[in-house]
Design a protein around this ligand. Structure first.
Ligand code: ADP
Ligand code: MG
Length: 643
């Protein structure tokens, strides 16, 4: 009988399947099982209104049979089946499905790599059978028809359709599995454990049972009448097993998804030894209908901050895994959230219609983002310790995301950001800070330091703390940048404790300070000259209470930035003496004893005064958490003054 040719597009898709790479071949089983499940869906739906179907829901099933001797794998269903015309149009051409169009679009954007990713990640349909089989036979009988047909093909050279003898309604697909080739192990697709594993991986939540007769063996008890020479032993038997679990946790009632059930599901599915901090259930009906079960992990994956990290949610369509890591379902900053999304609004053929389906993914992503954020805010409020833990693990990602794209997403993240604070709680959100602000407090104060304790000990912090105000600690130049990008919180501006105007000053106070500076001018000039290029300026300070000195800066480069660049240079082995330096301003407290001593020395012994100036300079560096260029010289200097 004459062979019919495949449509040109189908032929090309076939070539793509036949030549696909090893690791993707296994998805053929998912494709054939989904088709069987779809066909059963159709007949089961009919059965609701048409009693002639004669089957009830529990009668439907998909059977797998592996025959090693004949190298065949059979997938059989009692679904709706196909008529002769349907066989021709469905399996003879794929032009309808638009896969070629998709493939071309993909090829344009990704070059040749495109093929491989489509096969690995998405639905590719019936032809995927040719990745593992050199001959495929489809015998089918449509519901309501009294004829059955057989479709047969050995690949690209065409197919035949003939009449067949099949009495039951449904479809039986027999794959003749290829012989092993160099580097290609096809035998595994005839092994019952491989098949079981593949069903569990891809088709675990298909709503109809996927059954297979598993070969097993058991110990035989010694029979009563056995003689002394009885050898003991094993006997083999077969047992029909349902390979899939069918009803996934996320499809259950919200009340059934208990904390324990969710934790168990999370740990086994995502391979985490630890329980999640929280789980999130979404059950949405409307423009896009979906169910989702997401988790907030207690710790970050070890590679979260590497380029290799790939996040994303598992995307299911009617219980069939479509994509293992669908990044489009999460905003960048929540990419570490594991979970599953199940929606019928995105079909297995997402690849073919991806361009149309991005809208659905976007709707889901936006909803999920809100849900995740709401859950985090709830933890922040009700379980502060858990939130601190979360922040230690994921805070860096959220901070960088708030700063990224020039702060385009800062409002999505603002509420979630935490800063170390001089208050006992350790960490605070900006909103909580503002809520605690004292009567008359105008600004949100911050100080650059390694930690909140150090920030509180800075000489310039003393007067702020004395007012009962709280100070946030910014630990790096990135943190400073983050505050700049955030701009304000609830209308309150950020203010560095280094700022002369950190606390409101009256005109009289300003005039008095100017007078004091004027009176000390000769001394300040002397100190500047003694220190030379080490400082940009020397001033009398208005920010100091009991401490004699502090180091501040003028201009765009702060001490934190200087530290940061220095570290970068050290890491990359560059000469740190050439680095970016902050313009340092040495501030002296004119009310302090040290200042009085400096002044006396200036009047009586200039050499001693120069050494005092050096000591005060070194102190200001140490208090600011900076290192001394020559610690030994400093030690010597202090000793020389003790004489
Ligand atoms: P898709 O499933 O995306 O439509 P496939 O290439 O997987 O594309 O299948 C093509 C068509 O063949 C299906 O839409 C369906 O009409 C038909 N088909 C495939 N397998 C079966 C089956 N087991 N029972 C009935 N019809 C089937
Ligand atoms: Mg299909």
């Amino acid at each position: 009988m004459a062979k019919k040719q495949f449509k040109a597009e189908s032929k090309r898709l076939l070539d793509m399947m036949i030549n696909s790479i090893y690791t993707h071949k296994e998805i053929f089983l998912r494709e054939l099982i989904s088709n069987a499940s779809d066909a059963i869906d159709k007949l089961a739906y009919k059965a609701l209104t048409d009693e002639n179907v004669g089957l009830s829901r529990s009668d439907f099933a998909i059977w797998l049979t592996a025959d090693k001797e004949n190298r065949t794998l059979t997938i059989e269903d009692n679904g709706i089946g196909m008529t002769r015309e349907e066989l021709e149009t469905n399996l003879g051409t794929i032009a309808r499905s638009g896969s070629l169009k998709f493939k071309q679009e993909l090829a344009q954007t990704e070059g040749d790599k495109g093929d491989v990713d489509v096969i690995g990640q998405f639905g590719v349909g019936f032809y995927s059978a040719f990745m593992v089989a050199d001959k495929v036979t489809v015998t089918t009988k449509a519901y309501g028809s009294d004829e059955a047909f057989k479709w047969e093909s050995s690949g690209a050279d065409g197919y035949t359709v003939t009449e067949a003898a099949k009495t039951s309604v449904g479809t039986k697909i027999v794959l003749h599995i290829k012989d092993n080739a160099e580097g290609e192990d096809y035998d595994r697709f005839l092994g019952q454990y491989t098949l079981q594993r593949l069903v569990q991986k891809y088709s675990d939540y298909v709503r109809f049972p996927i059954k297979m007769a598993m070969e097993k063996s058991r110990r035989v008890e010694k029979p009563a009448d056995a003689g002394d020479d009885w050898q003991g032993g094993w006997e083999s038997y077969t047992e029909i097993e349902t390979l899939n679990s069918m009803v996934p946790l996320w499809q259950r009632q919200r009340s059934e998804i208990t904390k324990e059930a969710a934790a168990e599901f999370y740990q086994s599915k995502f391979g985490d030894m630890e329980e999640p901090l929280s789980h999130i259930v979404a059950n949405v009906e409307g423009g896009v209908t979906y169910k989702a079960l997401l988790f907030i992990p207690a710790h970050a994956p070890f590679d979260l901050y590497t380029r290799e990290y790939r996040g994303g949610l598992q995307l299911y369509s009617s219980g069939v895994l479509i994509m293992d890591k669908c990044a489009d379902l999460l905003p960048e900053w929540f990419r570490f959230i594991p979970g599953v999304v199940d929606t019928q609004d995105v079909s297995l053929n997402i690849s073919r219609e991806m361009l149309q389906q991005t809208r659905q993914l976007e709707v889901i992503r936006n909803n999920l983002e809100k849900k995740i954020k709401a859950e985090l805010v709830k933890i922040q409020k009700d379980r502060p310790e858990d939130y601190q833990r979360f922040w230690r693990e994921f805070g860096l990602l959220l901070k960088y995301s708030a700063m990224g794209s020039y702060g385009a997403h800062k409002e999505n993240l603002r509420e979630l950001l935490m800063f170390p604070t001089t208050r006992e709680s350790g960490l605070t959100s900006l909103k909580a800070y503002v809520e605690r602000m004292a009567e008359g407090q105008e600004f949100i104060y911050y100080a650059a330091a390694d930690d909140a304790k150090q920030a509180g000990k800075l000489p310039q912090s003393e007067r702020i703390l004395a007012k009962g105000y709280e100070i946030l600690c910014v630990q790096s130049s990135e943190d400073e940048l983050l505050l700049q990008i955030l701009g304000q919180q609830d209308g309150k501006q950020f203010k560095s404790v280094n700022d002369d105007d950190a606390l409101p000053r009256t005109e009289e106070e300003k005039a008095a300070a100017a007078k004091q500076a004027e009176a000390a001018k000769a001394l300040l000039d002397f100190v500047k000259e003694a220190l030379g290029d080490k400082v940009f300026a020397v001033r009398t300070s208005e920010k100091l209470v009991s401490q004699p000195v502090c180091m501040t800066t003028e201009g765009p480069v702060t001490l934190e930035m200087e530290k940061y660049f220095r570290q970068q240079q050290l890491l990359s082995g560059m000469d740190v003496s050439q680095g970016m330096k902050a313009q340092r301003v040495l501030e002296l407290n004119p009310e302090s004893k040290a200042f009085a001593a400096l002044k006396r020395a200036f009047e009586q012994d200039r050499d001693k005064a120069a050494r005092y100036a050096e000591v005060l300079y070194c102190q200001s560096l140490l208090i600011a958490g900076l290192s001394l260029e020559d610690p030994a010289a400093y030690a010597e200097l202090v000793c020389s003054l003790m004489d």
